[in-house]
Write a protein that binds this ligand. Structure first.
Ligand code: HEC
Length: 103
């Protein structure tokens, strides 16, 4: 019983660590990738256009989730479907790390 609890606990810790590793993008690489995004979402992640969302300070996991949905076209927006299409999973994680770190 005790051993089982220990095994479960270490499995959970491993899973949690793996999640952090997946979520943790490289903000510097993301900044370079985000050069094309700034035209609509603002150079500092704050958009000047009413129907273009702000990305500064947005949750990292949420940004990744939305970009994946745009790429898969389960979230449809002609502009963002096209913008997300060439992004790799690493690009998405990096861009998300960059925008979530902006204030
Ligand atoms: C030509 C303008 C334009 C460009 C360029 C653009 N976006 Fe967008 N983006 C939009 C619009 C418009 C929406 C809102 C879509 C909708 O209404 O569903 C959006 C939505 C998003 C969202 C979802 C935000 C939310 O709150 O749900 C994310 C994330 C995002 N864009 C990231 C990016 C990234 C990363 C890039 C660069 C690779 C980029 N966008 C380039 C116009 C643009």
């Amino acid at each position: 019983m005790k051993r089982q609890i220990l095994a479960t606990a270490s499995a959970l810790i491993l899973a949690a660590t793996a999640n952090i590793a997946i979520a943790g993008g490289d903000a510097a690489a993301g900044k370079a990738k985000a050069a094309t995004c700034g035209g609509c979402h603002g150079a500092n992640g704050i958009s000047a256009v009413p129907n273009y969302p702000n990305l500064a300070g947005q949750k990292e996991a949420y940004i990744v989730k939305q970009l994946k949905a745009f790429k898969a076209k389960t979230r449809t927006d002609a502009t963002m479907n096209a913008m997300a299409a060439p992004l790799s999973d690493a690009d998405m994680a990096n861009v998300a790390a960059y925008y979530s770190g902006l204030k």
